[in-house]
Structures are given as structure tokens and as C-alpha cells.
Design a protein around this ligand. Structure first.
Ligand SMILES: C[S@@+](CC[C@H](N)C(=O)[O-])C[C@H]1O[C@@H](n2cnc3c(N)ncnc32)[C@H](O)[C@@H]1O
Length: 345
């Protein structure tokens, strides 16, 4: 999930545990039964545990965060061989499944973004509520957010802030980063947030801190979150057995747009219903049925109880018998930065 401001810690003396979002709705889509399910975003295991409550259900759970996998071992022990944990990226779903001897799945759930544990652990650098290294790596490997700000050119940084954060002041912020970095590179969360407060102050009555959008943008870039989402959808299409469901929970419009367009194309809804022109290749058969209404949002009581659920949206589809279509260029393009834009501040 993409999370907003700090939030109350419900566990005295420890990091906040993650409250699963849209859990009932995801279960209604997955219909747990004796079969094999994939929880592609294990987190605190909220979805996995709920699926495993059905006798005979088995789960392969993936998370790229070694801390999530380590904490999951106690849960796996409780379920005596029915929960298999895999540290890795759900974008590699097909190869992870192969390594675990899995050729077909009865359901796949993706609940994308960061967990409450990641967001609330200051040292991970996802939040400017605390001062910490500007890190933001879910997997604790690869380039940090500070590395991106130190290494990329001004135009690329502006593109990241504009497209992944919808930050209208992207150019102004990128200019400040590049001007300051020879003497004072941005390496800490508070230092970066303070600079944004200075060069792009909040408008009167703004509902969010002026650094919120830039933090979201950097997090998406550090973790290639949109590329992962597209690869995860393609992997789920390849592995789901006919009748198996794919449930995807997203937290902002960039993610939701990808899932919406994927299902529109794969269910045939996104294609013109006109007759084929002579010579036009036959349209591929739909690989998913997507029952209306969609998207599904949290009810009032969930939104009131868990502020982090408020922006959540669930989209889902049921796999048909048609052959998987794989990664065509137009699907991959959903995760790419659009051409450079004008009109940015
Ligand atoms: C929103 S939390 C999931 C919470 C979970 N549904 C629960 O109820 O506890 C997202 C989790 O997915 C993981 N994650 C995000 N992107 C990932 C990816 N591409 N591959 C694997 N894990 C990912 C994060 O590390 C985080 O632990």
C-alpha cells in the first residue's frame, strides 16, 4: 500500500503491524479452497493467513523485503507445510514459480506498495516524519533514493518527480537538487523534505505536506514499482489456471491505471467491437473475464478504521481458457515514463 503520514502505532513498544486492506473483498474474489494460491506481496502475511484459514489451501508467498520473509517464518511454521515463502520480486513470478516446481495457480493476490512496517521503520527512509538516510529500497539492495538524486541528470530527476509524483514543481525541485549536490548532496529524509518546503512551499489549505509527492515519486523509481506491476500481471496471466482469479489492490492513480488498462485489454473491453477489416489479424481471445462493478473501494467503516485504506482500489479478473498473451510492447509501455512534458514549474 502507499501510505500517507505516520499514523498511530497500535502495538505498544513495537513497529505498527500492517492491517490488511480490502481483505474481505480480496477473499471474495480469490474464493480460497483446496488449491494453490500466490500472495505476491506477503508483507505481514494478512492475505496469506486468511487464505490458509481454509483447510487444504496452500500458499506460495513472495516478498522482496528480507525482513518480511524473516518475520513470516513463524507464520509458516504454524501452517505446517502449507505456506512456502520466497524472497524475491513478484515481477519474477514465473521464474519463482518454476523454481518451486509450480506450473499452475488457482489464485494470485497483489497488494502493491509498501507495508506499514516499512513505512514506520525510520531507518528505511520511506517517510519524512523521521530523519533517516534517504534509502527507500524495499529489498535493501540496489540504488537508494540518495543515489538517484546524486547520479541522475536534472531532466531525469524532474521527469521522475513529475510522472511518478504528479509534482507540478518538479523542475524547480530538480534544479535545487542539482545545484546543491556538489556541496550538499541530499542524503537524508528531513534534509530533502526541508529543501522542498523551501523551494515549493505548500499552498494555503493544502491537505498534504509539500514533500509527499516527491517521496512517492522517488519510492516508485527506486523500486521500479510500475515495471514490477506490469511484469506481475503478465506473470499471473501465464500461471493462472482457467477459473483462477487475479486480485490487485492499488493505492494511487498511476498503479490503478496500469491494472485497469491491463484488464481492459485482456478482457477485450478495451478493443473496438467493430467488425474486422479485410486483412486485419484476428483479435486474440480474452484471457480474463472481469465482472462488474469495478474498481472496488473500501467501505466507510474500513476507511474510518484504517486511514491507510482510503485510497485503495481493487480490480480483479477470472482467467479464461485462452492462451496467455505474454509481454507485448503496448503492455510494457504502461510502465514507461511518457514523453517529456511542458508546463512544469
Ligand atoms: C502493502 S504490503 C502487503 C501487505 C499484506 N497484504 C498484508 O496483509 O500483510 C506490500 C508488501 O509487498 C512487498 N512488495 C512490494 N513490491 C514488491 C515486489 N515487486 N515484489 C515482491 N514484494 C513486493 C513489500 O515489500 C511489502 O512487504
Amino acid at each position: 500500500m502507499s501510505v500517507g503520514s505516520g499514523g498511530k502505532n497500535p502495538v505498544a513498544g513495537g513497529p505498527a503491524r500492517h492491517i490488511p486492506v480490502l481483505l474481505e473483498e480480496v477473499l471474495a474474489v480469490l474464493r480460497p479452497r483446496a488449491g494453490l494460491f500466490c500472495d505476491g506481496t506477503f508483507g505481514a502475511g494478512g492475505y496469506s493467513r486468511a487464505i490458509l484459514a481454509t483447510p487444504g489451501a496452500r500458499v506460495i508467498a513472495i516478498d522482496r523485503d528480507p525482513d518480511a520473509i524473516a518475520a513470516g517464518r513463524a507464520i509458516a511454521a504454524r501452517f505446517e507445510g502449507r505456506l512456502d515463502l520466497a524472497e524475491g520480486r513478484f515481477g519474477d513470478l514465473e521464474s519463482i514459480a518454476r523454481m518451486h516446481g509450480i506450473s499452475a495457480l488457482d489464485g494470485v493476490a497483489l497488494d502493491v506498495g509498501v507495508s506499514s512496517m516499512q513505512f514506520d521503520e525510520a531507518a528505511r527512509g520511506f517517510s519524512f516524519q523521521h530523519d533517516a538516510p534517504l534509502d527507500m529500497r524495499m529489498a535493501k539492495t540496489g540504488r537508494t533514493a540518495a543515489d538517484i538524486l546524486a547520479q541522475e541528470d536534472e531532466e531525469t530527476i524532474a521527469d521522475i518527480l513529475f510522472h511518478y509524483g504528479e509534482e507540478r514543481n518538479s523542475r524547480r525541485i530538480a534544479r535545487a537538487i542539482v545545484a546543491d549536490r556538489p556541496t550538499a548532496p541530499y542524503v537524508s529524509t528531513r534534509q530533502f523534505a526541508t529543501m522542498i518546503e523551501r523551494v515549493a512551499p505548500a499552498r494555503p489549505n493544502a491537505r498534504i505536506h509539500p514533500a509527499t509527492r516527491s517521496f512517492q515519486a522517488l519510492r516508485i523509481a527506486v523500486n521500479d514499482e510500475l515495471g514490477e506491476l506490469v511484469s506481475g500481471l503478465i506473470g499471473a496471466e501465464a500461471l493462472l489456471a482457467p477459473g483462477g482469479a487475479l486480485a490487485v489492490v492499488t493505492f494511487h492513480s498511476l498503479e490503478d491505471r496500469i491494472v485497469k488498462q491491463f484488464f481492459a485489454r485482456r478482457s477485450g473491453r478495451g478493443q473496438a467491437q467493430s467488425r474486422l477489416l479485410p486483412g486485419e489479424p484476428a483479435r486474440p481471445a480474452p484471457t480474463f473475464d472481469c465482472p462488474a462493478p469495478q474498481p472496488i473501494a473500501p467501505g466507510a467503516s474500513e476507511a474510518a478504521a484504517n486511514p491507510r485504506a482510503r485510497s485503495a482500489k481493487l480490480r480483479h479478473g477470472v482467467r479464461t481458457e485462452a492462451a496467455a498473451r505474454g509481454a507485448d510492447e503496448s503492455i510494457r509501455a504502461l510502465a514507461l515514463l511518457p514523453p517529456r512534458n511542458r508546463g512544469r514549474g
